[in-house]
Each structure stands twice: as structure tokens, then as C-alpha cells.
Design a protein around this ligand. Structure first.
Ligand SMILES: [Zn+2]
Ligand SMILES: [Zn+2]
Length: 521
């Protein structure tokens, strides 16, 4: 009797296990029929999302989730945030910590554009394929047998998937500013759409059509990115809130509408989760600071290009708009100390980070920019919340590349560090506003979860499960925390103070804002 019961129990268990297997494989299959589309509006500020400015995005937010407290990673610049979006890793770990940095092994005479094809190729050669130290979403989707399509109106596209067309990614394509990988794909796109336009407002609709009409011709792949250059490019030229900047925002909304129509035509709307995100916020330039001149006038040897071999104690400056990276040749400790003290007594410094501990600064790790190739000193410019000529708050000092009254970003201003995220589709709740802190590092873990792909190592970002239909309650019990760290240094003439506000959900941190000032006695 007992043995019959035991056998029955065993049979029942077996039946149950098979049922679970069938369920699991059905879930796997359903994930393979799921699509994710990531649409990036470069430089879009949250306070410009409205029924009037962005009717399509507004309606999408009503059908999905608006993430109210979303964060860029620092520096709030395009290449840094593009990499964080697709790896789920902080800049210090992915190794892309700036748009422009100095890597003597690649070029010892000048700073690099980190996304230039030459730098990417050389960087991968020198690091055994780890120029970006962790795999991107596209690579992981390809490894799982899925197809990807990356269409970027800006050069950042190459960082989002630099392996398209190779090996198991042979059916996958990356477009970046009118170029392609594999290289010959662009020929068929130009045949269909004409050449990549020169005027930047026309580049976005061209890139959108390349995605919807050419790359999606045989169906919507598992994972797609559309990276729009607006409103970033126009806001740089004229500042946030300018009539032409509002027109650029409207054009991004129209390109989003074109994506939604294409998904409808393909019958893929119900199986697609759509993310609309910006890489960073935006500010208006209060003053343009010519650091090279200021430092040389103060007795430093500061360069933005070396004509001869670099000498110990020379300082290479890599300007990134709202932040500057300082590379002291030979890591000369005395020069580095004098540089930091000079910046601390200036009227333009905001927050200073140093590779080696220095009084009145934070370590690079506090901003998660402690990469192998990190500079000796990083400075975010000072900012305030006063309004620009179009009544839009957020003024910053910035480097020598653009004049006062124009727009830029990359500081630790709350207006640069806060950006948009709206998600809608079968995986997300409807009509919800998500209040806990979220950030660009959270996109990759969330997207991989939707597609049923397990990353090969833990990611820095978290799965945004509190906003998802089948989200586990893992994040439910995690209470967001916020703290402010401070540093100061006394001088004969006054005191330097800087602070950084950091939010945390579980192990994931988000930089809210940071600033500093020298108070004369
Ligand atoms: Zn950008
Ligand atoms: Zn920009």
C-alpha cells in the first residue's frame, strides 16, 4: 500500500515536473516572440514633456509608466550614457567615462572621440575585445540567437553594437550617422532613401525610415534602438526653450509616431515593449571658461594637443562641455596638488574628483568613474537654478567649446543629471507614475529580463520590477535612501566646500546633483 502511494506520489511529481518544463519552455518561446524597441531622444529634459510639446509621447505615457525620478550617469554626456544604457554598468566599470578622453596607448598627442571607428578598433585590439569591458544588450541578444537593429542618427551608434555583421551577428546591422556595420548595408539604404542628410533636423527622419522601411523589412527583430539626435543638436546651438528647440522636440515626437505606426503595420505593437529615454538633461551656458588660457596664465603647462613628446608635469585637458578631465603626465603629485588647489579657489569649479586622495575632493569611485584609464582629476563646472533667456532654469559654466547663451550639459547639475524615461507595452503597468529613483543603468537589466536573457555577470543597474506587470516584489521591500556627502578645504583666503547628493535603491546608486563653491574670508 505504502509503496503504491509512494509510486503514485512519484508519478504525480514527475507529471508536475513535466508540466513545469512545458510552462518554462512556453515562457522561453513567448520571450522569443517578444520585441523591445529603445528610442532615445538625445538631450530631452523631463520638463518639456507635455500634451502640447510631445503629444505622441504624452499619450504613450498614459498607456505605460512614467519614471519620475530618472537619472543619467555622470558625466551627463552622450557616449558615457549610451554605454551605460546598453551595458547596465557604471562608467568606471564599462571603461567609457567621457565623450573625449586621453589614452596615450591609442594617441599620445591629443584626446580621443571615444566612439570614433579608429579609437574603437585600436581600443579593442589593445584590450582583447574589451574596449567596452562588458557585453552590450545587442551582443547578448545575438548570443541567444536573436536579431538586432541599431539605427543612430549620431556617431554613438557604434558603441551600442560594434560587432554587427560579424559571426553570429551576421544578420544584424548598426547604423551610425549615415555609416553602417557591416559596411555595405549603407549602399542599399542610400539606394532606398537617398544620402544621409547634412541638415541635422533631417537626419532623424532619415534614420527612422532606415529602421522602419529597411532594417524592419522582414519583421521586427528581438531588439532595436533608434537614437535621435534631437533635441540635443538644436539645444546646443540655441539653448533649451528656444523656439527652434521646441520645434526639434516636436520632430522627435513625430519620429516616435512613425515608429508606433510601423509597429502597427507589422502587427507587432502588442508584443513590443517600447522605452523612450533621453541620455541626459540639458543646461544653458552662463560663462564659457577657457581653462587652457587660465591655467597657462597661472603657470601650469596645460595643453589640448601636444606637438612634441609630452613632458612630466604637463597637463592634458579633455573638455567635455560641462566637465573637464585633467591628465597630469607622469602623475606628478606636486603638479596635481597645485592644480586641485587652484581649481578649489576658482569661481567656476563645481565638484572635483581625484584619482589619489586629496583634501576637499571626492574619490573617482564616489561618481563611479574610477576606470583603468581615468584621469588624475575630473571637475564638473559650477551650476545654479537661475533661468535663461527663454525662462528655462539651469545655468552652468562650461568649457571653451561653446559660448555663453548656448546650450550644453555634462555637469552634476540636477538639470543635466535628470532625464526622461517612459516605458509602455505588454510588460508594463498602464497609466502609472514610478517614484523611486531609476537610472540609465537600469535599462539593460530590465530589457534582458523582458527578453528572457540572463546576463553573464551581475549588472550595476536593477530590474525596474516595481513598474512591470509580472515584476517580482524583490524591489518592493527596498526603501530608497538619500544621503549627501561633503568635503572642504581651508585656505588663507577662504574655504572650498563641495557636496554630492546620492540616492540608493538596494546596491544601485544614482547621483542626484552635486555642486561646490569657494567662499572668500
Ligand atoms: Zn546626448
Ligand atoms: Zn549634447
Amino acid at each position: 500500500m505504502r509503496s503504491i502511494t509512494a509510486r503514485l506520489q512519484l508519478a504525480l511529481l514527475f507529471e508536475l515536473a513535466c508540466g513545469l518544463c512545458r510552462l518554462a519552455s512556453a515562457a522561453q518561446e513567448s520571450n522569443q516572440s517578444r520585441h523591445v524597441v529603445l528610442v532615445v531622444w538625445d538631450g530631452m529634459r523631463p520638463d518639456f514633456v507635455s500634451q502640447e510639446n510631445t503629444p505622441t509621447l504624452w499619450k504613450l505615457s498614459r498607456d505605460g509608466v512614467t519614471f519620475h525620478n530618472h537619472h543619467a550617469v555622470y558625466p551627463s554626456a552622450t557616449m558615457v550614457n549610451g554605454t551605460a544604457l546598453v551595458t547596465g554598468m557604471y562608467p568606471g566599470r564599462s571603461d567609457i567615462i567621457a565623450n573625449h578622453d586621453y589614452r596615450p596607448a591609442i594617441d599620445n598627442k591629443r584626446s580621443l572621440d571615444v566612439e570614433s571607428p579608429g579609437a574603437v578598433k585600436k581600443g579593442d585590439e589593445l584590450s582583447g575585445g574589451k574596449y567596452i569591458a562588458y557585453p552590450t544588450i545587442a551582443e547578448l541578444v545575438q548570443k541567444a540567437g536573436g536579431r538586432t537593429a541599431i539605427a543612430s542618427a549620431k556617431t554613438v551608434g557604434l558603441l551600442l553594437d560594434r560587432h554587427a555583421g560579424i559571426g553570429r551577428a551576421k544578420d544584424c546591422v548598426t547604423l551610425f550617422a549615415g555609416k553602417s556595420a557591416p559596411g555595405d548595408t549603407i549602399t542599399s539604404i542610400i539606394a532606398a532613401l537617398g544620402p544621409f542628410p547634412v541638415a541635422h533636423l533631417e537626419q532623424d527622419p532619415w534614420t527612422t525610415k532606415a529602421l522602419t522601411n529597411v532594417l524592419w523589412k522582414d519583421g521586427v527583430p528581438a531588439f532595436s534602438i533608434l537614437w535621435l539626435g534631437e533635441p540635443d543638436l538644436t539645444q546646443h546651438d540655441c539653448a533649451p526653450g528656444a523656439p527652434s528647440a521646441l520645434a526639434a522636440i516636436k520632430s522627435s515626437d513625430e519620429n516616435l509616431a512613425a515608429i508606433l505606426s510601423a509597429l502597427d503595420r507589422q502587427g507587432a505593437r502588442e508584443s513590443t515593449d517600447l522605452f523612450v529615454v533621453s541620455d541626459h538633461g540639458f543646461s544653458t551656458i552662463r560663462r564659457s571658461i577657457d581653462l587652457r588660457k587660465i591655467l597657462n596664465d597661472a603657470g601650469f603647462s596645460a595643453k589640448i594637443e601636444f606637438h612634441d613628446e609630452p613632458k612630466p608635469g604637463d597637463i592634458m585637458l579633455a573638455g567635455n562641455g560641462g566637465s573637464v578631465l585633467f591628465y597630469v603626465i607622469g602623475h606628478d603629485a606636486a603638479v596635481t596638488r597645485r592644480l586641485v588647489e587652484f581649481l578649489q579657489q576658482s569661481d567656476f569649479a563645481g565638484v572635483i574628483f581625484t584619482k589619489n586622495p586629496a583634501q576637499g575632493t571626492f574619490g573617482l569611485a564616489e561618481a563611479r568613474i574610477d576606470s583603468e584609464h581615468a584621469p588624475d582629476v575630473v571637475m564638473a563646472f559650477h551650476w545654479n537654478d537661475s533661468k535663461n533667456q527663454f525662462d528655462v532654469p539651469g545655468m552652468i559654466d562650461a568649457d571653451w567649446q561653446r559660448g555663453a547663451g548656448k546650450g550644453t550639459h555634462a555637469t552634476l547639475s540636477r538639470f543635466d543629471m535628470h532625464n526622461i524615461l517612459i516605458a509602455a507595452g505588454p510588460g508594463f503597468r498602464r497609466g502609472q507614475v514610478d517614484d523611486p529613483p531609476t537610472g540609465n543603468v537600469d535599462l539593460a537589466p530590465t530589457i534582458l529580463r523582458i527578453l528572457g536573457i540572463k546576463p553573464p555577470q551581475p549588472l550595476d543597474g536593477r530590474i525596474l520590477s516595481e513598474a512591470m506587470v509580472n515584476g517580482d516584489s524583490a524591489n518592493g521591500g527596498l526603501k530608497p535612501e538619500t544621503k549627501t556627502i561633503e568635503a572642504k578645504k581651508d585656505f588663507a583666503a577662504g574655504t572650498w566646500r563641495q557636496s554630492l547628493q546620492i540616492s540608493r535603491v538596494g546596491p544601485t546608486i544614482y547621483l542626484d546633483e552635486g555642486n561646490g563653491a569657494f567662499a572668500p574670508r
